[in-house]
Design a protein around this ligand. Structure first.
Ligand SMILES: CC(=O)SCCNC(=O)CCNC(=O)[C@H](O)C(C)(C)COP(=O)(O)OP(=O)(O)OC[C@H]1O[C@@H](n2cnc3c(N)ncnc32)[C@H](O)[C@@H]1OP(=O)(O)O
Ligand SMILES: CC(=O)C(=O)O
Length: 538
């Protein structure tokens, strides 16, 4: 493993310590492979964090394997790899504890030890004496430091322990520091703290012990980022957190939020210059690996973080984006987006048109008509903020005076057949017939599918592909149905959103109708039509 030397350590003065691969993976539902963990480590290194906690070698074969492979497969440019583990077991020597041996042999230059600092936990969870707990801390830290590893200590349940017995909680920290720990991270393990409480305790620890203080916050009060910043304000110089706020229960402090606030609001350079601009890309790339859809509303990096819907906002943004944004989205690699909906005003339409490549500044009458049509159609159930492609077709229709059209549909129908006494494997089959004219030729085509929309998709594409071969690349990748007027049961108005892909990008179209198949057909036709427009097919 190629670890950056101290001389190259850009974050020596302030540590950004990532625990995505350890505490982050304690989140319900996350279970990465070793290859996934190596991939995430590379992304974290690209973000420029100072430390990557890779897991707990010795606790499970996967984490042991991660450290073994990291030694040859990770070539870290910015980060140092840290192995996580606990202090030795009560009643033995650190040198004899197999879990300590796994930390020692992990190949990681840094070891982070979790230790008890709460008298109740020593008694109930460790079931040992307060003196023995101090000996466990002293013995383990000094053993690993003597082996040449940099040692950090995670003081578990520190804030709760401090309230119960301040003197003992501080004694644990002093013991670790004197034994050779470089950083003592105070952990809000149960996540129940508020910023003012954290600040008071951190301030006291810095004043009364002189140890280098780190902070590790869980988000159970929804304040993990605020608590982390409060700790920094009170003197902490090492922040722990996870990408996308992953972690046990409600998660850990979202490390990108912490770092963005430190750099952009508090003017502290904590990542190598320029790398914060990679944050949105990296947060999303890691979400792909964990297979957890990123939250659109995540501060800084969410797709909605700089999306503007209200007409009044858009009208001010037209003059100056800063009027409705706390920062330039480019600072974290994100983008401003304008949403079109029934809350849009003329300025929203004009800005959205510009985003799509239409200069409407000289065409106020088009802006007025499009605004009115959007509001009228949304009142009937359409949604354009989710269906950009349908909006663009509407816009082209008003700008050019006619809707793009590549085929003229004469009729379509679909039937579904089920066998009353079907055997396993004999599922219902749908069959669609579509009659249309494309490029001057009339087609009568049938298609089969495992449902009516699939059958219509097959029939429609096999008719128009003959005139427009590009269609062969198009694939329906998502289909969402929503009942709009609940209470009407099976005769309710239905909205269908269809996402179509050409293998490189995708677009969403919308259809609305009393009949779900009719609504689907509208969205399907718009999906193919928009795809042909996008591919500049004449
Ligand atoms: C706050 C945090 O998130 S800390 C990180 C927590 N992460 C994890 O627990 C994930 C990995 N853990 C594991 O795989 C397992 O729990 C292991 C391998 C560490 C231990 O497994 P086991 O030996 O089966 O023990 P088990 O999990 O039942 O209990 C934990 C033991 O560690 C002891 N222990 C807990 N904290 C500490 C500590 N800081 N120092 C020393 N021992 C500790 C407990 O007293 C208990 O001891 P016991 O076996 O004598 O009862
Ligand atoms: C160490 C740790 O993860 C905690 O105390 O929350």
């Amino acid at each position: 493993m190629n670890q950056p030397s101290d001389a190259l350590d850009l974050h020596g003065a302030f540590h950004v310590y990532d625990t995505t691969l350890r505490d982050g993976m304690q989140q319900e539902g996350l279970n990465p492979t070793v290859a996934d963990k190596l991939n995430i480590a590379r992304q974290l290194d690209d973000l420029g964090v100072g430390y990557i906690e890779g897991g707990w070698p010795g606790a499970n074969p996967k984490d042991t394997e991660f450290f073994r492979r990291a030694a040859t497969e990770l070539d870290l440019k910015h980060a140092r790899l840290a192995a996580f583990g606990a202090t030795r077991r009560a009643g033995m020597q650190a040198a004899d504890d197999p879990l300590i041996a796994a930390l020692r042999d992990s190949g990681a230059g840094v070891v982070t030890l979790v230790a008890k600092s709460h008298t109740g936990h020593v008694a109930k969870a460790l079931r040992t004496t307060l003196e023995e707990n101090l000996a466990m801390v002293r013995d383990t830290v000094s053993h690993l430091a003597a082996e040449g590893q940099q040692v950090f200590l995670d003081a578990e349940h520190f804030f709760d322990g401090y309230r119960l017995d301040r003197s003992y909680a501080l004694e644990v920290l002093r013991t670790a520091y004197e034994a050779g720990a470089d950083v003592i991270a105070l952990c809000d393990t149960n996540g129940g703290m508020l910023p003012g409480w954290v600040a008071d305790v951190v301030h006291d620890v810095v004043e009364s012990t002189g140890v280098r203080v780190g902070i590790h916050c869980h988000n159970d009060t929804g304040l993990a980022v605020a608590n982390t910043l409060a700790a920094v304000d009170a003197g902490a110089t090492h922040v722990q957190g996870c990408i996308n706020g992953y972690g046990e229960r409600t998660g850990n402090a979202d490390l990108v939020n912490v770092v963005a606030n430190l750099e952009l609001k508090l003017d502290k350079q904590v990542l190598p210059p320029g790398l914060l601009q990679e944050a949105t890309r990296i947060a999303h790339a890691i979400a792909e690996v964990t297979n957890v859809p990123p939250s659109a509303r995540q501060p800084y990096v969410g797709v909605s973080a700089f999306a503007h819907k209200a007409g009044l906002h858009a009208s001010a943004i037209k003059v100056d984006p800063d009027l409705y944004q706390h920062m330039d989205p480019a600072g974290v690699g994100n983008d401003m987006r304008l949403l079109v909906s029934d809350m849009a005003g003329r300025a929203s339409i004009e800005l959205k048109g510009k985003e799509l490549g239409f200069d409407l500044s000289e065409h106020p009458e088009v802006v007025t008509t499009v605004t009115a049509r959007v509001k009228e159609q949304e009142a009937r159930g359409y949604t354009f903020e989710a269906a950009d492609a349908s909006f663009e077709l509407l816009l082209i229709e008003e700008v050019e005076g006619k809707r793009p059209s590549y085929f003229d549909v004469e009729s379509w129908r679909v039937i579904t057949e089920t066998l009353t006494h079907a055997q396993p494997g004999e599922e219902a089959v749908s069959e669609a017939t579509v009659k249309l004219t494309a490029a001057g030729v009339r087609y009568v085509v049938t298609g089969e599918g495992n449902g009516p929309v699939n059958a219509l998709d097959q029939a429609l594409r096999s008719a128009i592909v003959q005139a427009y071969p590009t269609i062969a690349k198009f694939e329906l990748i998502d289909f969402k149905v929503r009942i709009l007027d609940q209470g009407h049961g099976t005769d309710a108005i239905t909205r269908v959103l269809i996402e179509t892909s050409d293998g490189e990008s995708s677009w969403v179209t919308v259809g609305v109708g009393a009949n779900v198949i009719e609504a689907s057909w509208e969205a399907l036709v718009d999906g193919f039509t928009y795809g042909l427009v996008r591919h500049h097919i004449e």
